[in-house]
Ligand binder design. Structure first.
Ligand code: DAT
Length: 180
């Protein structure tokens, strides 16, 4: 059965603004915001922490089983907010937003969060090398991957509006194909 609402992944290097965007889109559209990192932590879907990087070593099977048990694949209307995207099955996902940020802006955001040493370096490198954009392009169809800049509040406003317009169009297309 076709989903009534699309599912959206919002991805990018830590600090680019995933949570900021996901919360606003979820609130405006009544979508469910899934902070994947939070779930991994709260539900224990990990095999401990990489101490140097400070990130969880995710147990993908447990995480995917958990997501599979939600109404995500049937009803849609979910926003998955995570610093990786290739693990989500293509059939679940309708749009992949990759947020990008200038490195000086990102440096300030990450140091404000207390990131330093290798954790800071790895994340800065990841953004500069556009690791998440490549991962998204390799994992999903080109036409559903959208790169958006997230450097100031005007960007957030414009991006949120653009995502909402995209959702409207997606719904119209679904209705048309259902009636065809
Ligand atoms: P992420 O979820 O990708 O780790 P976040 O949404 O928590 O990022 O944002 C990190 C910090 O940067 C937070 O203090 C909000 C701020 N921020 C993010 N995107 C921004 C933007 N486009 N303009 C201004 N501040 C932004």
């Amino acid at each position: 059965m076709a989903r009534k609402l699309p599912n959206i992944v919002i991805t990018g290097t830590p600090g680019v603004g995933k949570t900021t965007h996901a919360e606003q889109v979820a609130q405006n559209l009544g979508f469910k915001h899934i902070s994947v990192n939070q779930i991994v932590k709260d539900e224990g879907f990990h095999e401990g922490k990489d101490e140097e990087l400070g990130s969880w070593i995710v147990d993908e099977d447990k995480l995917l089983d958990y997501l599979e048990a939600t109404s995500l694949s049937e009803t849609g209307g979910y926003i998955l907010d995570f610093h990786a995207c290739e693990l989500f099955p293509e059939r679940w996902i309708d749009l992949v937003i990759v947020l990008r940020c200038d490195s000086t802006v990102l440096y300030d955001r990450l140091t404000a969060r207390g990131y330093k040493d290798r954790k800071l370096e790895e994340n800065m490198d990841s953004e500069i090398m556009q690791v998440l954009l490549e991962e998204a392009r390799e994992s999903y169809k080109e036409e559903i991957v959208v790169e958006l800049k997230s450097e100031n509040t005007d960007d957030v406003e414009a991006n949120v509006e653009r995502i909402e317009q995209w959702v409207e169009q997606w719904k119209k297309n679904q209705e048309q194909s259902a009636n065809a």
